[in-house]
Design a protein around this ligand. Structure first.
Ligand code: SAH
Length: 329
C-alpha cells in the first residue's frame, strides 16, 4: 500500500488524521482489504478501494515447497518481476526473504538474479507489500533482505520499509540487510538509529578470487569492506554475519578456510556457510564433507560457523535462485 497516496487521499476527503492510522493498523495485522476495516465509514472504504490500491504488487504465482517454504512472484504496476519467500522453521520462526530491486545490476557469477536483466529499484511500498502479502497468510517475525537485488543500492527505500516492519511483527533486531559489500550503504546503516543486523556476502578469502567471482570487489575491495564492517560492529555492538557460498573446488579448500579464519575477529563475525543451490552457472556445490571440514577448521580457529539449512530448493526459492524463469512473468 502506498502510504503517501493514502495520506493524500484522506486529506482530499477531509478525513480526520487518525484515519491513516486506522487503515495502517488493519493492514499491518493482515486484513485482506478495505472491506474488513469496520471502524471506517462504508463510503470511505469504497473511496479508498477505488483510489488507493490495497497493494502496489499483483500476485502472479505462488509456489509451495515440500518443506513449507512459500515463494511468491509479483509484478509491479509497470510490469517488473519481484520475488519474495516465506520460510517456516520447526521452532515456529517465520522468516521473510524480501527483494529490494527487480533484478540486480551486479553480476556475481554464481547468482541467478545477476544473470537476469536489471529492472529498477523497488519503492518502499513495493518492499512493504511483499511482507504484507505473507502477513495475510500468517504471523511473521523475522526478515532478511536476501531476495533479489542489492539492498544497499536502494537503501532509502529499504530503510523506509524497515521503519514500518515492527508494526507487522518484525522488530529491527530481527531484520537483517545483506550486502555484497557496498561500502556507502554499510556506512549509512552504521549511522542509522535502527538496530538492524548487517550480513556480508563474502564468499572468498582473498581479493583476487573475490574479484573473479564477484566483480563488485574491484570497486569495493574486501579489505575496505571488512573495515566498514568493523566500524559497524564498534558502533552498534552487533555481530556481523558472514555469508559464504560453498563452491566446489573454488573457495572450499583447507587453506581458504584458514585464510578466512585469519581475516575475521571471532567476537565480531559469525560465519554462515551456504550450500550452493544449483542455477545455470558453471559451478558445482561443495560436497557435504567439504562443507563440514571447512566449518570445523573455522571453529578450530575460534570462528563460530554454521551451515545454513537450505530451504525451498524444489521450487527455486533458495538463495541465489531468485530469477524469474523465462515465461513466468
Ligand atoms: N545482494 C545482496 C542480497 C542478496 S542475498 C547480497 O548479495 O548479499 C542472497 C545471498 O545468496 C547472497 O549471500 C548470495 O551470495 C547468495 N547466493 C547467490 N547465489 C547463490 C546460490 N546459487 N546458492 C546459494 N547462495 C547463493
Amino acid at each position: 500500500m502506498d502510504l503517501d497516496l493514502l495520506d493524500r487521499t484522506l486529506a482530499d476527503e477531509d478525513q480526520p488524521r487518525f484515519r491513516a492510522k486506522q487503515v495502517w493498523e488493519w493492514t499491518a495485522r493482515g486484513a485482506a482489504g478495505y472491506e474488513e476495516m469496520t471502524n471506517l465509514p462504508a463510503a470511505l472504504r469504497a473511496t479508498l478501494a477505488e483510489r488507493v490500491p490495497f497493494s502496489s504488487l499483483t500476485l502472479q504465482h505462488e509456489a509451495h515447497a515440500s518443506d513449507g517454504t512459500v515463494k511468491a512472484l509479483f509484478s509491479t504496476h509497470d510490469g517488473r518481476a519481484v520475488e519474495a519467500v516465506l520460510m517456516r522453521y520447526k521452532d515456529g520462526r517465520r522468516s521473510l526473504c524480501l527483494s529490494s530491486q527487480s533484478g540486480c545490476p551486479l553480476t556475481c557469477t554464481f547468482c541467478a538474479t545477476g544473470t537476469m536483466k536489471f529492472g529498477r529499484n523497488l519503492t518502499a511500498s513495493e518492499i512493504l507489500d511483499q511482507a504484507l502479502h505473507f502477513r495475510r497468510i500468517e504471523e511473521v517475525d523475522h526478515c532478511v533482505f536476501m531476495g533479489m537485488g542489492e539492498p544497499m543500492m536502494n537503501l532509502d527505500h529499504v530503510l523506509a520499509a524497515c521503519r514500518a516492519l515492527p508494526s507487522i511483527g518484525i522488530t529491527h533486531r530481527r531484520t537483517a540487510i545483506s550486502t555484497v559489500g557496498w561500502i556507502p550503504g554499510i556506512e549509512r546503516l552504521t549511522d542509522s538509529e535502527m538496530p538492524i543486523r548487517l550480513a556480508l556476502s563474502l564468499h572468498a578469502p582473498d581479493e583476487a578470487l573475490r574479484s573473479q567471482i564477484m566483480p563488485v570487489n574491484d570497486r569495493y575491495p574486501l579489505r575496505d569492506v571488512l573495515r566498514a564492517c568493523r566500524d559497524f560492529y564498534e558502533k552498534k555492538r552487533r555481530m556481523v554475519f558472514i555469508e559464504y557460498v560453498m563452491l566446489g573446488g573454488v573457495n572450499d579448500g583447507y587453506a581458504q578456510a584458514l585464510q578466512l579464519a585469519r581475516l575475521l575477529e571471532p567476537w565480531m563475525f559469525k560465519v554462515n556457510l551456504i550450500p550452493y543451490n544449483p542455477t545455470d552457472s558453471i559451478y558445482d556445490g561443495s560436497s557435504r564433507e567439504a562443507i563440514e571440514t571447512f566449518r570445523a577448521v573455522l571453529e578450530e580457529h575460534g570462528i563460530s560457523a554454521t551451515v545454513r539449512l537450505t530451504r525451498g530448493r524444489d521450487i527455486d526459492a533458495a538463495c541465489g535462485q531468485l530469477a524469474v524463469k523465462a515465461g513466468a512473468a
